[in-house]
Design a protein around this ligand. Structure first.
Ligand code: MG
Length: 372
């Protein structure tokens, strides 16, 4: 097998890209442990500990107990009784995020952030003329460690889909390279739930269709995937073969940030509806902070038991500035619709900067792939 640099020259000649996905390890939790030595080696969670709080990030010591992000704090404390909670300090996380962004920009202008702690870099033609994507990734990890005191993992490959899978492979503080020609084999053994864009419910749907791994997915033809996954069919078809045509796009405009939940049982009781609204506010507001999103329109989406879907929006003359205001508007939108004519199966909230009359249709929420 020729050396990696040689292969990379070949892939460039073939029109293949060199893509790195960099992902900080347990980012918020690691920043807290860095800044307070008494937290090092201990199970910690960033997020609110009381009532309806949600875990925004968990240290690796907490993950051993099964604590995960987006988990209700009450459940996290039950799993790990010694869990230490810290309030998020987004100003600090944003500052670190800018530090790592500056490091990335030393190597390439093609940097596409996914959130405060992860980004894709296209280094097909790197600014320092290093040539090897693997060497660039190692350089970047070394500099992040030196300049921020934090560890990052990196995935190196010839497209975004594979680079993101690779960065997850040897976490924490690891690197994984998927070379040209290796993508299809790498993907075939993986559970589909690890594919970017396939959420827990997407994975469940696939399991019902007999699709557990990349190899299972590769056996399905495009017509079958179209019938079951609509516009995601082509992405999935290519992904199962280690192919991804999406470009690394710097400064992608982010039009809206939101989230929604489908319930295992339909909800009708007004107090349960209000509690559910609170938990969605927690999750969505955390995404808004993470994305540094600004917007003046809050949209509530409800889907009734009979699948009829309705949205109600309210726009302010200024950007929504804090969680309390966001929460007030969201609850007002819900109260305006009460009593509901029938139980609901889904509730969602979005904050957007859209002007009146602009359509949100087709815009992936949170700027990321999502389906189901
Ligand atoms: Mg991360």
């Amino acid at each position: 097998m020729p050396p990696l640099e040689r292969q990379e020259e070949d892939q460039e000649a073939d029109g293949l890209r060199k893509v790195i996905h960099v992902d900080m390890d347990a980012f918020y939790a690691s920043v807290e442990q860095r800044d307070d030595p008494s937290l090092r080696g201990k199970p910690i969670a960033v997020g609110g500990s009381s009532g309806r709080g949600v875990v925004a990030a968990a240290s690796y010591e907490a993950r051993v107990f099964g604590v995960r992000s987006a988990m209700p704090s009450v459940r996290a404390s039950r799993l790990c009784p010694d869990l230490i909670f810290r309030k998020p300090r987004f100003d600090v996380y944003r500052a670190v995020s800018q530090q790592i962004r500056a490091i990335f920009l030393d190597y390439t202008p093609h940097v596409e952030p996914l959130s405060l702690d992860e980004a894709y870099l296209d280094v097909t033609a790197d600014l320092k003329g290093i040539g090897s994507a693997t060497r660039i990734a190692e350089d970047i990890r070394r500099r992040i460690k030196a300049e921020t005191g934090l560890t990052a993992s990196a995935g190196v490959s010839y497209n975004k889909f594979l680079a993101k899978l690779a960065s997850d492979q040897n976490k924490p503080d690891g690197i994984c390279v998927i070379r040209p020609g290796e993508g299809a084999a790498f993907v075939s053994t993986l559970p589909v739930r690890r594919f970017h864009g396939v959420g827990p419910r997407g994975a469940k749907k696939m399991a019902r269709l007999g699709i557990e791994t990349g190899a299972d997915l590769a056996k399905k033809d495009l017509a079958f995937l179209r019938a079951h996954f609509g516009s995601f069919a082509e992405y999935l078809f290519r992904a199962a073969r280690g192919v991804d045509l999406r470009q690394v796009r710097a400064d992608r405009p982010r039009k809206s940030v939101g989230g929604e939940r489908t319930f295992s049982e339909n909800i009708e009781d007004p107090d349960t509806l209000r509690d559910t609204m609170d938990s969605i506010i927690e999750i969505v507001w955390e995404r808004i902070e993470r994305a540094e999103a600004r917007g003046r329109t809050v949209t509530l989406k409800l889907r009734y038991a009979d699948f009829k879907t309705l949205t109600r929006a309210r726009s302010l003359s200024h950007s929504v500035t804090d969680k309390a205001e966001f929460s007030r508007i969201a609850h007002a939108l819900l109260e305006d619709l009460m009593p509901l004519p029938q139980p609901i199966r889904l509730m969602g909230l979005t904050l957007s900067a859209l002007e009146r009359g602009e359509s949100e249709t087709g815009e992936a929420q949170d700027g990321q792939l999502s389906f189901l």
